[in-house]
Design a binder for this molecule. Structure first.
Ligand code: SF4
Length: 132
C-alpha cells in the first residue's frame, strides 16, 4: 500500500480474491463468496474493509486509475430455508485514500504501543489474542 499523495510505502497488502469476472461491457467485477446469518445491508457492504482492500488491490493490479471498482457479494443467508443474495457495491479512489490512511494510522498506533481491542467473531481464531 502506498500513500498516493506522498508516494510513501505503508505496508504490504496480501490476500486472495475469490473470483474476478468481466461484465458484458468488459469491466472487472470483484466477487466475494460468503455465508451469513442475515442479509448484509447496503451500509455493511459500503463500509466493508475487506471489500475496500479488494477494490484497492484491483485498481492497482488492473491499472484502473480513477475508475470506480465494482464489487459483488454472492451470499448464502442461513435462514431456515437458505436464501441466495447477490448484491453490489463500489469503491472509488476516495475509498482507497481512506483505506490507506486507516492502515497508516493503525501501524503508527502499533509503533507507539497503542492497542485498541475490537472484539467480535474474529476473536475465536485470533493469533494475537494474548495482547488483549
Ligand atoms: S482477541 Fe484478537 S481479534 Fe479479538 S480484540 Fe483481541 S486482538 Fe482483536
Amino acid at each position: 500500500m502506498v500513500d498516493q499523495d506522498t508516494g510513501e510505502y505503508i505496508t504490504d497488502l496480501v490476500g486472495v480474491f475469490d473470483l474476478l469476472e468481466k461484465d458484458n461491457t468488459g469491466n472487472i467485477v470483484v466477487v466475494d463468496h460468503k455465508t451469513a446469518a442475515k442479509k448484509p445491508s447496503d451500509s455493511d457492504l459500503d463500509q466493508n474493509l475487506q471489500f475496500s482492500c479488494y477494490g484497492y488491490a484491483t485498481r492497482i493490479l488492473q491499472e484502473l486509475d480513477d475508475r470506480d471498482i465494482l464489487l459483488r457479494i454472492d451470499c448464502l443467508v442461513k435462514n431456515k430455508k437458505p436464501v441466495f443474495e447477490q448484491r453490489y457495491t463500489v469503491r472509488t479512489p476516495d475509498n482507497d485514500r481512506k483505506l490507506v490512511k486507516l492502515a497508516s494510522d493503525v501501524l503508527n498506533a502499533m509503533d507507539t504501543g497503542v492497542f485498541l481491542p475490537i472484539t467480535g467473531w474474529q476473536c475465536g481464531t485470533c493469533q494475537v489474542s494474548s495482547h488483549c
